[in-house]
Ligand binder design. Sequence first.
Ligand code: AMP
Length: 217
Amino acid sequence: MSLRLILIGPPGVGKGTQSALLNERLGLSALSSGEIFRREIEAHTDLGRLAQRYIQHGELVPNGVTIEMMAKRLREDDARKGGFVLDGFPRTVRQAEALDEILFDMEMGLDKVVSIEVPEETILNRLAGRMGCTKCGEIYHSKNKPPMREGLCDKCNGPLFVRTDDQPATILERLRVFHETTEPVIGYYEKTGTLLRVDGSVGPEETYRQIVAGTVA
Ligand code: AMP
């Protein structure tokens, strides 16, 4: 399947979960800007050190380096030849404009931009308690989806971790940044007619069903 999708939504809305499902079931390459930054931080690269300064405060990494990093990722074979799902990029109108230029150069178009929407209180509950697997990226929650064995991934046995930016003060800052800077990106795509709004509060399977129903012709 060579669908080209973007997932937009506030932190904790389920973008990571949906892009993992789209990868598993439709074979789309999951391109997560946050995940790429976290890998750079782990590898102690210059980009990682720069990104860390912003990520730890819940702020956005500057557009220039983010755009350059994602342009490089989009040009890799899997994304170029198969379909992809962008998770966490674009997050500013400037990034959306840059993405248009990158895709134009690559002679590619976007199929759909999916806005995943949930009430704010649900987001706060989800983020407090969220854990991820360090090896395979599977996402858990202390109350809603606890792992069978504490601290270990059900799928691959990998150790689970809590993201440093999932602390209460940082969560509130990330939500503020979403409303101020990322929400206008939804308006940007609404004008081009590629926007699909789905309900992210109905459980991962039902949200997935809505995405597929709205994108796969
Ligand atoms: P995420 O995993 O998508 O929640 O991203 C984690 C953090 O990485 C964000 O809070 C930002 O600090 C940074 N980040 C991820 N994607 C972007 C982006 N497109 N533009 C700027 N910063 C980003």
